[in-house]
Structure formats: structure tokens, C-alpha cells
Design a protein around this ligand. Structure first.
Ligand SMILES: NC(=O)c1ccc[n+]([C@@H]2O[C@H](COP(=O)([O-])OP(=O)(O)OC[C@H]3O[C@@H](n4cnc5c(N)ncnc54)[C@H](O)[C@@H]3O)[C@@H](O)[C@H]2O)c1
Ligand SMILES: [Zn+2]
Ligand SMILES: [Zn+2]
Length: 376
């Protein structure tokens, strides 16, 4: 049975660089191709009652992630590609928070009216990786807005209830939408085993670098140095508590970090730019016996790296893919005031202005650090 109570609306990428916002009643006015119309109708369809293990969420905020921007601009992100025939119209978005409006028959931990944020990966629970607690590496994962899986830039989203985490009263849905990227920062800081008194360098002050910084601060890092090429992003890092910032376009980050750490080098270096240059810098920056955590994903898979530095300094190199069991801790850290994640969102747009949000994210990197979409 399809209830008419929920008039769903959402944003679809109809080709690279173009986003169309429709609701179920006006698709024909915006799109002429009947195949596209039908695909949109199917994606926006809200069926009630919801599946027994699911809830229906009325979405309030969805963050614009770097991966969304890549799909929008280039039609691809890393090895994932938007296939014209299979995926278009493609709905982006995976950083979501809102209010529960319907609860499935088997759901006991959520009620109508609860504010939640979503962990956007449905994993199989059966494979070796899921069973051993490395569910982020499950090969059968279904992850929002990763072709061929559609995302959540729509007003009503049905989702698995066990992946919806309640937000405390004090936390806004806007902050809730930032928990997903914060979970990556929290996982990075955990991988780096950051503890009280650590010195840290973070290469790349985009959303992920800043989230990593907040997580390191929450874990007690004492000296945090952040590098980027854009001054506005460095100013944001300063505002959020970076001890030093370096514009790597103007100053040699390796020499400067060496100087700032008393010729020792930081305990842990996080690479959060996804650039072959910053990846290469990490081995030179970390202290003897230190740790490098690779977070950024470079478009180029093979990169020159100085393993002489790794061996000579006995470095530990770690990497990570998304996050594991990070949502509850991330919500707790953000809600408790240890990590003001909301401040990372510099720009807010209504769903109707989503095209502008994406264009600004691409063309105004010196202004927009992180955009979020609001659903009215
Ligand atoms: N490992 C994971 O699970 C995971 C999860 C999310 C994102 N990521 C990756 O993290 C990276 C960062 O994501 P984001 O959303 O913050 O992207 P972003 O583009 O907003 O941030 C990257 C920042 O790096 C800066 N930068 C680029 N080249 C630099 C250089 N040579 N020196 C210093 N700074 C430089 C840019 O100016 C920018 O501010 C991306 O590669 C993304 O794919 C990884
Ligand atoms: Zn994301
Ligand atoms: Zn699995």
C-alpha cells in the first residue's frame, strides 16, 4: 500500500553538472524522458507500513561530501563511475540527519519523533570481514550514493533502523548530518592512537582534515599543526583550535613543521588532502618512530614514496576506509561539546538551491569549506 501522506521530493543528477529538484507530483514538468520519470518516481516512492526492521526518516539536513562533488563534476569518484544507462538519474547524498516519522514492526530502540543520524552503509553481516568486526571492508556493502546505489538527497528516506543513531536533545539535525564525516576523523584519530600530549600534523584542511583535527583535540593532542593551500581553510583550522597553520603554497611544510616541533617532528602525521604531494611529504614529516595515517584518497593509485625514510625512522604506516563502530562515540563527543562539528559547515542551502551548493563547492573552494543542504 502506498500512502499519499508523504509527498516526497528530492534532487537528481540528470547529467554531470546538472541537478534537478522534483517532487512526486511535478516530475513531468521537469523531465521529459519517460524512462527518467519512472526511475525518479520509483526512487521517491514512500511505501507504508515501512519494512519491519526499518524506519522512515523525514530528512532535515544532508551534507555535501567531496565524493558527491566528484560524481557531480566528473561522473566518477575513485574507481566508482556513474553509468549513464544504469544510474542516471542519480541521487547523491550520504550524510544525513532527520526525524523518525514511521517505525517498522520489529524496531524497539526508536520511536516516532526521535532525531537520528544515519550510518550510510548496509553490510552483509555474514562475511568474514563483517563477522570479525571489520564491516567497513565488507565487499557486499550497499553504501548510499555510490553507483549503482542511490543516495539520500530526498525529504523522506526509508532506512535500516539499526543504522540510525538517536541524537541527544541538545544536538541539532545540522550537527547530526556532520557525524558521518566526523566518524572518519574519529576513526583516523583512533588509528593514530592519539592521546594526551601528542604532537600532530594534518596535511589538508578540508572537512576531513578538520574533523580529524577535532577528534585529535578531543583525545588530548597538545600541539596540532595544519597545512593547506587555501587561507580560508587554514583560518577555519585556527578558529577550531589548530596551534599552527602553514600555507604549503607559500612555505615549505616539511621544514616549517620540523622547526615548530623543535627539530623532532610530530608523533603522528595525518594525510587528509588526497594529493600525491602530501602523501609523499608524510614520510619526511613524521618523527623517528612516529606514525603516518593515510586518510585522503588520491586519484592516482601509484605514488612515489620514500621508503628509506620509513625504514630509517621505523615509521608505522596506517590507512583507513570509512569507519567502524564510530557513530555512537562520535555523537557523544560532538554532543558533549568536545568537538564542535557544526562549525565546519560554512554554507547552508535549501534543497531548491542544491545546484548552487554544488557549483559553489567546486568554484569557490576559497570560501566554501563545507556545504550542507536543508530540507524545509
Ligand atoms: N579514508 C576514508 O575513508 C575517507 C573518507 C572520506 C574522505 N576521504 C578522502 O579524504 C580526502 C579529503 O576529503 P575532504 O572532503 O576534506 O576534501 P577537500 O577537498 O575538502 O579537502 C582537501 C584539502 O586538501 C588541500 N590540499 C590539496 N593539496 C594540498 C597540498 N599539496 N598541501 C596541503 N593541502 C592541500 C585542499 O586545499 C583542501 O582544502 C579526500 O581525498 C577524500 O577522498 C577518505
Ligand atoms: Zn561523506
Ligand atoms: Zn559482509
Amino acid at each position: 500500500m502506498t500512502e499519499k501522506k508523504y509527498i516526497n521530493k528530492g534532487a537528481f543528477m540528470t547529467q554531470t553538472g546538472t541537478m534537478v529538484v522534483v517532487d512526486v507530483t511535478n516530475i513531468e514538468q521537469h523531465v521529459t524522458d519517460p524512462v527518467m520519470q519512472e526511475k525518479m518516481r520509483r526512487q521517491l516512492e514512500v511505501s507504508t507500513p515501512v519494512a519491519p526492521d526499518s524506519v522512515l526518516i523525514q530528512v532535515e539536513y544532508v551534507g555535501v561530501c567531496g565524493s558527491d562533488v566528484h560524481y557531480f563534476h566528473d561522473g566518477r569518484c575513485g574507481s566508482f563511475e556513474v553509468d549513464k544507462e544504469r544510474d542516471i538519474p542519480f541521487m547523491l547524498g550520504h550524510e544525513c540527519a532527520g526525524t523518525v516519522v514511521e517505525v517498522g514492526a520489529n524496531v524497539t530502540h526508536l520511536s516516532v519523533g526521535d532525531k537520528v543520524c544515519c550510518e550510510p552503509s548496509v553490510t552483509c553481516s555474514n562475511c568474514e570481514l563483517c563477522k570479525s568486526g571489520h564491516y567497513n571492508l565488507c565487499e557486499n556493502v550497499v553504501f548510499w550514493a555510490t553507483p549503482p546505489v542511490q543516495g539520500c538527497f530526498m525529504k523522506y528516506v526509508p532506512f535500516k533502523a539499526d543504522l540510525c543513531y538517536p541524537l541527544p536533545e541538545t544536538m541539532s539535525a545540522r550537527a547530526g548530518a556532520l557525524i558521518e564525516p566526523f566518524a572518519t576523523g574519529m576513526y583516523a584519530a583512533e588509528k593514530g592512537a592519539i592521546t594526551v600530549g601528542n604532537t600532530v600534523a594534518i596535511l589538508g584542511s578540508g572537512c576531513i582534515g578538520l574533523m580529524t583535527m577535532l577528534a585529535c583535540k578531543a583525545r588530548g593532542a597538545s600541539q596540532i599543526i595544519v597545512c593547506d593551500l587555501e587561507d580560508v581553510r587554514l583560518e577555519k583550522a585556527k578558529e577550531l583550535g589548530a596551534d599552527y597553520v602553514i600555507n604549503s603554497a607559500k612555505e615549505d611544510p616539511i621544514a616549517k613543521i620540523f622547526e615548530l616541533t623543535g627539530k623532532r617532528g610530530p608523533d603522528v602525521v595525518f594525510e587528509t588532502a588526497g594529493s600525491k604531494f602530501t602523501i609523499a611529504q608524510t614520510a619526511h614529516i613524521a618523527r623517528r618512530g612516529g606514525t603516518v595515517v593515510l586518510v585522503g584518497m588520491s586519484a592516482q593509485e601509484e605514488i612515489n614514496y620514500n621508503f628509506g625514510q620509513v625504514m630509517g625512522k621505523e615509521l608505522t604506516i596506517k590507512s583507513l576506509f570509512r569507519y567502524v563502530n564510530m557513530f555512537p562515540k562520535s555523537i557523544a563527543a560532538a554532543a558533549g561539546g568536545l568537538a564542535p562539528v557544526e562549525k565546519i559547515a560554512t554554507h547552508e542551502y535549501s534543497l531548491e538551491d542544491i545546484q548552487q551548493a554544488f557549483e559553489d563547492s567546486i568554484n569557490k573552494k576559497n570560501e566554501v569549506v563545507k556545504a550542507v543542504i536543508r530540507f524545509d
